[in-house]
Design a protein around this ligand. Structure first.
Ligand SMILES: *Cc1c(COP(=O)(O)O)cnc(C)c1O
Length: 456
């Protein structure tokens, strides 16, 4: 066994961690060295097991160490580890692009998504979509279309382009002077519904405001970007699919592109392979990443329609889409992606998830009844619990109490990785999680909520 405290000491001497106030390590915020992963579980250097209830930042869908993905990567590594994707191609990049296009959302009467542009992380896939939309209009001489519309409470990544269309103050505020101007429309978030208002009415009300914004700004806009059905980093907030149907119509009416950011919602998380399917709509550009490789390799893709692709065909090099990353279309990532998609078929994952998500919904009922839980909601393989002072939506906890951090520590001490977003606890486990692990997850969640709210 590797001495855990040694690893922590060496780590803190050399590693700067993401999304972390490093001063909180290791006193306030434990740092857990992990040496192995097995299914829904992570194994610490000290041998302790942790249930990965957040799928390691929503990437892992089939479980850690999934042998079919591991074997596909090993085989690819022995054959071809990497080749530049400009002027060259390789069988895994081709096959994965074909598979993604064949499985992408489709809407009768629309030009299907027809081309795949690879990148290596979600933020980059978003940058690609934004740049493609903007550049497409430039190529047509429509230079007045240089703005994006995004939603309040949305999240699209941390690079400056992606942050510009994000609306989470904690990540955005400091960098605001550097960010391109975007137009923000209200979130269709069902949590914000007035008492007695349905989720659908709430979503359509948000769509009405979007329609007015477009009446004013439509001519300056090149694209609208949305996380379909589920605003993840914004607190696992969910909206009615009717919103997406209105958005599709409005984008068409104003001649602007619809970008679906399916980076977190894609690959079965919301119940269908892609969230857009539940609204019966097809975007013009679709970004995928996180679950694309089953959580094994960094890889991302932006899918585009033929019409968008055609807008770059020209005798000018500058009118081509010159964006690139060194690891664009990395073969190891593509091989992992192919293996992950094959597992969807081999194991009938979407069907199995229907049973698993029903069980999650059952287990959530007791937790929803706890006095500090203001809302319990579910979208497919995601369940979220909103904690407030007295279980009322209008009385949030004082942020200085750091209820979420306390919950994180309390659950971790019991061997469960819950990484709350503010005071929102959520379950987003690998799809292979079994009933025993789910029962343990529910048990620890309930205990954690009772513990951290007892003295608040
Ligand atoms: C995580 C995420 C991103 C950014 O992906 P990274 O790989 O972390 O850069 C973008 N959009 C959504 C919806 C995400 O959840």
């Amino acid at each position: 066994m590797i001495a855990e405290h040694d690893l922590v000491e060496r780590d803190l001497a050399a590693v700067w961690h993401p999304c972390t106030q490093m001063r909180e390590h290791p006193g306030l915020l434990p740092l857990v060295p992990v040496v192995r992963g097995e299914g829904a579980w992570l194994v610490g250097a000290d041998g302790r097991r942790y249930l990965d209830a957040v799928s390691s930042w929503w990437t892992n869908i089939h479980g850690h160490g999934e042998p079919r993905i591991a074997a596909a990567i090993a085989e690819q590594a022995r054959t071809l580890e990497h080749v530049l994707l400009a002027g060259f191609t390789h069988p895994s990049a081709i096959a994965l692009a074909e598979q993604l296009l064949a499985r992408a959302p489709r809407q009768a009467g629309r030009d299907p998504l027809a081309k795949v542009f690879y990148a290596d992380n979600g933020s980059a896939a978003v940058e690609v979509a934004l740049k493609m939309a903007f550049h497409w209009f430039r190529n047509r001489g429509e230079t007045e279309r240089h703005k994006f519309i995004a939603l309040h409470n949305g999240y699209h990544g941390e690079t400056l382009g992606a942050l510009a269309v994000g609306d989470i103050p904690l990540y955005r505020r400091i960098y605001a002077p550097l960010l391109a101007e975007a137009i923000f429309a209200p979130s269709p978030d069902a949590y914000d519904a007035r008492p007695g208002q349905t989720a659908e009415a709430c979503a359509l009300e948000a769509a009405d405001v979007l329609a007015s914004l477009l009446d004013v700004h439509g001519q300056e806009v090149c694209a609208l970007i949305v996380e379909p059905l589920l605003q993840c980093a914004g607190g696992m907030r969910m909206h009615h699919p009717a919103y997406l149907r209105r958005v599709r119509e409005l984008c068409d009416a104003h001649g602007i592109f619809l970008i679906a950011d399916e980076i977190a919602s894609g690959f079965g998380r919301t119940g269908t392979l892609f969230a857009c399917e539940q609204a019966g709509i097809q975007p013009d550009l679709m970004c995928v990443s996180k679950g694309l490789t089953g959580g094994f390799m960094p890889l991302a893709a932006t899918l585009a329609t033929q019409a968008i692709y055609d807008g770059f065909l020209d005798d000018s090099r500058e009118r081509a889409f010159l964006h690139s990353h060194s690891y664009t279309g990395n073969p190891l990532g593509c091989a992992a992606g192919l293996a992950s998609l094959a597992i969807f078929d081999q194991d009938d994952v979407l069907e199995r998830n229907r049973t698993t998500s029903m069980r999650m919904g059952e287990l959530a009922k007791d937790i929803a009844a706890l006095p500090h839980v203001a809302d319990a909601r579910q979208c497919g393989m995601v369940v979220a619990f909103e904690l407030t002072r007295d279980g009322n939506k209008t009385t949030p906890f004082d942020p200085s109490l750091r209820i979420g951090l306390q919950a994180y520590r309390a659950a971790l001490a019991r061997g469960v990785v819950l990484r709350p977003l503010g005071d929102i606890l959520y379950w987003m486990p690998p799809y292979c999680i079994d009933d025993d692990a789910l029962a343990q997850l529910a048990d620890v969640t309930a205990t954690t909520i009772r513990e951290v709210t007892a003295c608040a």
